[in-house]
Design a protein around this ligand. Structure first.
Ligand SMILES: NC(=O)c1ccc[n+]([C@@H]2O[C@H](COP(=O)([O-])OP(=O)(O)OC[C@H]3O[C@@H](n4cnc5c(N)ncnc54)[C@H](OP(=O)(O)O)[C@@H]3O)[C@@H](O)[C@H]2O)c1
Length: 378
């Protein structure tokens, strides 16, 4: 995601200026980018030695360590903060950006999944603008925007589209032996490892279901998921009169990124979009929750107290890490999530700090389930 944001800035360098950048492990790449974009401020979320810091240009102000993201957001004067850090590592930094009342383009859906009710309350309190960067939520945002001021009672439901991932047509037997390398080969989107595995299990669609609930203040019954393998329609809004509005574009994150960076203006872009004369076809089907139990578990988590999604998120994080290190099989991912949810829920979180603690605890509890499964196999 970050690379595509940089491509957008490269293309529109007369209008967009990068004033801060963050990363964790890949400090050589950060230093190259610092030079290319002449970035004045950099955050590195892990400790680095004095010697390592010499690879950055002298003009750079560098924030290092566990609070680096917050320090960066606090010190840099900017119009838009793009949050595209994997997981919840940028939660506190996102809150800092909200407190500045600026625009936040949010890709890190996990932040809303575990702390949506507090994040949305702070957005309202501080008058910040929270723009969804996830292509589905960005599509819904664009459809709703056509009806501003938005009248909630006129909305019947939203339709989140899902590509179905690389294993859409796989039988359970075939899915039992898929490797993490296969799971990373998404047919439509090129993404980081965690979200790619989540797309293969449809846990990602479950996280997006919860994200949509918070972003658009919806009841779970107002959110439908439909498999649309071509990913031309990014999502849809259905009004109470039965009229449905969809947002279409070629499947590229450049479209939502462009939209967010220039919001509320529409600015010309060169990214190739859909060509309706190229024998374009669009298919739709209902998701099979027996084949993809992570989707069912994510929905169920919403009826297990406000910590339900936190436990779903934490256990999914641990299970995906275990799958990526070949400690868990693909079909064991939902088993770990299901058992962790069963052991811990229902539960209530009373603050963001509480939610973070429950997320940590769920990861730990899921690790125990992973070890149990590994022992059974040995
Ligand atoms: N990729 C997509 O098309 C897409 C679409 C929709 C939503 N999203 C969401 O966007 C987020 C990122 O996804 P991705 O596919 O871009 O993942 P990714 O390729 O794994 O990239 C993650 C980025 O986060 C940085 N990072 C990780 N931990 C950090 C920390 N503690 N502090 C600072 N930087 C940190 C990494 O930096 P280093 O490499 O230096 O460690 C890397 O640049 C996820 O929440 C995902 O769900 C992605």
């Amino acid at each position: 995601m970050g690379q595509q944001v940089l491509d957008e800035i490269r293309e529109h360098c007369e209008d967009l200026k990068l004033v801060g950048i963050a990363g964790k492990k890949n400090i050589v790449a950060l230093s190259t980018l610092a030079k290319e974009f002449e970035v004045p401020s950099i955050a590195i979320s892990q400790k680095i030695s004095r010697e390592e810091s010499t690879i950055f240009p002298e003009h750079c102000q560098i924030f290092i360590g566990e609070h680096a993201l917050e320090d960066l957001v606090e010190s840099v004067d900017c119009d838009v903060v793009v949050v595209a850090v994997s997981g919840i590592a940028a939660l506190t930094a996102t809150l800092k950006a909200i407190h500045k009342g600026i625009t936040i383009a949010l890709a890190s859906k996990e932040i809303l999944v575990i702390a949506g009710e507090w994040i949305m309350a702070e957005v309202r309190k501080y008058g910040a603008t929270l723009l969804p960067l996830d292509s589905e939520h960005n599509a819904i945002f664009q459809c709703l925007e056509t009806r501003l001021p938005f009248e909630a009672s006129a909305l019947r439901r939203v339709w989140l589209t899902a590509s179905g991932g690389p294993f859409l047509r796989y039988s359970c037997e075939k899915m039992a032996s898929v490797t993490w390398q296969q799971a990373l080969r998404h047919p439509v989107w090129h993404m980081g490892p965690k979200i790619s595995v989540d797309s293969a299990t449809l846990a990602n669609k479950g996280l997006e279901f919860i994200e949509a609930k918070h972003l658009f203040d919806l009841q779970p019954r107002q959110i439908e998921i439909v498999i649309h393998p071509q990913s031309y329609i990014h999502s849809m809004v259905e009004w109470i009169d039965g009229s449905i509005m969809a947002q279409l574009a070629a499947p590229s994150m450049r479209f939502p990124i462009h939209y967010c960076l220039f919001y509320p203006k529409r600015v010309a872009a060169s990214t190739q979009t859909l060509s309706f004369y190229d024998k374009m076809r669009m298919d739709f089907e209902a998701p099979d929750e027996a084949q993809f139990p992570c989707l069912r578990l994510a929905k169920e988590s919403l009826s297990c107290g406000n910590a339900g999604p936190v436990v779903f998120n934490g256990s999914d994080e641990a299970a995906v890490e275990a799958f990526l290190s070949s400690r868990l099989s693909f079909l064991e991912i939902p088993i770990v999530i299901g058992r962790t949810m069963e052991a811990l829920l229902p539960m209530k979180a009373s603050s963001v700090e509480d939610a973070l603690e429950i997320n940590r605890f769920s990861r730990k509890r899921a690790e125990e389930e992973i070890h149990k499964l590994m022992r059974q196999r040995a």
